[in-house]
Design a protein around this ligand. Structure first.
Ligand code: PBG
Length: 308
């Protein structure tokens, strides 16, 4: 009877897998800070994408790990750059059977690790970063991305990316906007996954975990600029923000169950302290219950098997 009357159901189709494609490795390499997750080559990422299709999940979100980094992150829009090569490989492998989304942010590509270009004094220059995001998004659309996902939290990023995509004829490429993204310590393990060179923090552009209303305000701005989906990140500790956003959004709402949420639960499970599978399903169910239509999760592929 519980099964019959359950108010929330999580379906594989609403899950999206964040995945890493790295330059300079000759086979998949397990990420120390995210046990069970790998940096992939352009070959092994194809197999992973095919697995995503087989399990029936909705999409894959690709992050690039380049060997060459510079001050403005120019490998990010290089058609031969690792992320664009990864997008191309995945599109080649699975075509339109999976939503192929690309992370549109510079932090993996800059030598200082910030999400944007810097002023001479070392602070992030919001407006100088916008055209770089636009160029990156267009290069990702050219490589075959169905969706781009600006995650750098620069003000105005959705509008400039929409304009640039439209101007190049990519009117059908959609934008998954990281709208309410908090300056969270739960991103810690991700920095290991992308060999981040960041010193310091992102408090000048990511939100204060203390602020709930601000999440709504950032979302409304992204909606006005043309976001096709809006996202709250992290997920589990921000279910109030997620619920607020789901209440007002007229576009689908996504939530990102981030690296720290994954690592924490994996560590507890590895110690035998919690029931791993039940906790994973419960966490996904809670995120959906709070209002997420789409969930980005490192467990997407594995959980799909349990949810089917
Ligand atoms: C930055 C980006 C980050 C994550 C996704 N995109 C790191 C950050 O903002 O510091 C984190 C994802 C995770 O923790 O799983 N472009």
């Amino acid at each position: 009877m519980r099964r019959m009357v359950a108010e929330t159901r999580v379906a594989p189709a609403q899950l999206m897998l964040p995945a890493f494609v790295a330059e300079g490795i000759d086979g998949p390499r397990e990420i120390t800070t995210l046990p069970g997750q790998y940096q992939h080559t352009t070959e092994s990422i194809k197999k992973l994408a095919e697995q995503c299709v087989e399990t029936g999940i909705g999409g894959i979100d690709l992050f690039g790990v380049p060997t060459r980094k510079d001050e403005i992150g120019s490998e990010a829009w290089n058609p031969e750059g690792i992320l664009n090569k990864g997008i191309e490989a995945v599109r080649d492998a699975v075509g339109d059977d999976l939503v192929i989304c690309a992370d549109t942010c510079l932090d993996e590509f800059t030598d200082h690790g910030h999400c944007g270009a810097l002023r001479p004094d070392g602070t992030v220059d919001n407006d100088a970063t916008l055209p770089l995001y636009a160029e990156m998004a267009v290069s990702q659309a050219r490589a075959g991305a169905h969706m781009v996902s600006p995650s750098g939290m620069m003000d105005g990023q959705i509008a400039v990316i929409r304009d640039a995509l439209d101007a190049e004829g990519f009117t059908d490429v959609s934008i998954l906007a990281y709208s309410a993204k908090y300056a969270s310590a739960f991103f810690g393990p991700f920095r290991g996954a992308v060999n981040s060179s960041l010193k310091g923090d992102r408090k000048a552009y990511q939100q204060d975990p203390a602020n709930r209303r601000e999440g709504l305000r950032e979302t409304l701005l992204d909606l006005a600029e043309g976001a096709d989906l809006v996202m709250v990140k992290p997920a589990s500790h921000y279910l109030d923000v997620l619920s607020d956003v789901a209440e007002i959004s007229q576009v689908p709402v996504a939530a990102y169950q981030v690296s720290g949420e994954y690592a924490m639960l994996e560590a507890a499970a590895a110690n035998g302290w919690i029931d791993r599978q039940r906790c994973i399903v419960e966490s996904l169910t809670s995120i959906a219950r709070a209002g997420a239509d789409v969930i980005l999760s490192y467990w997407a592929v594995e959980a799909a098997g349990w949810l089917r």
